[in-house]
Design a binder for this molecule. Sequence first.
Ligand code: AMP
Ligand code: MG
Length: 332
Amino acid sequence: MKKIIYMLSALLALTSLCSCSTPVKEAQKTVYAMGTVMELRAYGKNADAALSAAEDEITRLDALLSRGFVNSEISEINKNGGGEVSADTKAILQKGIKVSDKTDGAFDMCIAPLVDLWGFYSKEYHVPASAEIAEILPKTDYNNLIFGGESVNLKNGAELDTGGIAKGYLSNRVIDIFKENGVDSAIISLGGNVQTLGKKADGSLWRVGIRDPEGGLLGTLEALDKAVITSGGYQRFFEEDGKTYHHIIDPQTGMPAESGLVSVTIISSDGAKADALSTAVFVLGKDKGVTLWKNEGDFDMVLMTDEGNIFITEGIKDTFQSDYDFSLITKE
Ligand code: AMP
Ligand code: MG
């Protein structure tokens, strides 16, 4: 761990030395949205304008997608059992449904009634009786989401929750806005979900840290134009009678997923896909996650099991560093 921290400080020192000779404008902004802290850092002469355009987009998408706003598009769709969708909701549903299809519904945007039953939405936590779960389960099936391209229909009392994909969609949008504003070097962290654009001012690659659920760093990796998105039960949970219950629900059982994984990081050029996949693989567990990776092939993963074992896929083997031992997952 210490080794990595020393290395990071050395890298930081190097960056500031280099920036003395070729000053590159750096702009930073912290925004609170979607229930989390979002840190944006952009470089270049248009960095300030890019950051304020990004902040506007974050506010717009938060108001569109969050169930916390009674008039958000998602809230209206849930109230009315369906309705027309905006271009953003359309893109999210399309990408999300693809991941649901590929994961046998482990990723399920109809999870809202279960999230509410457990109290993760209201923060009035509650361990439901099995009869309560059984009553809700027919609603939480992604096949209840009938998506016709421009409009959506929710069957069997289903309600949408885009919490498992929205931040990744948003990080794609922020990076697009940076590019439109002429920024070609940036790093953003939306509640720990990171996306990078280009290289650092000194020409080196961004090095992104992955949190160890027990505290400190699980490892770091270099990311060029990549989203590095993590799902973990440690990110939101409550305790009752000495047991912890976390916020990622297995749509099959209605219970917090217990797949043997405590942390799943997906590395992909598409933030929305990485976000949906991180939630899905957390539910599926290591073996099914690896099969998915072998079939898809266009993303990488860092997995940590409840026994503390770390697995990484071969695409990141040259840049992943950890003070822990780790094993390589290959295509063979
Ligand atoms: P993430 O941190 O990206 O894994 O997303 C977790 C959030 O996604 C939760 O707080 C819920 O809002 C929602 N969620 C929980 N379980 C699922 C699931 N199985 N599929 C899709 N979204 C889920
Ligand atoms: Mg997710």
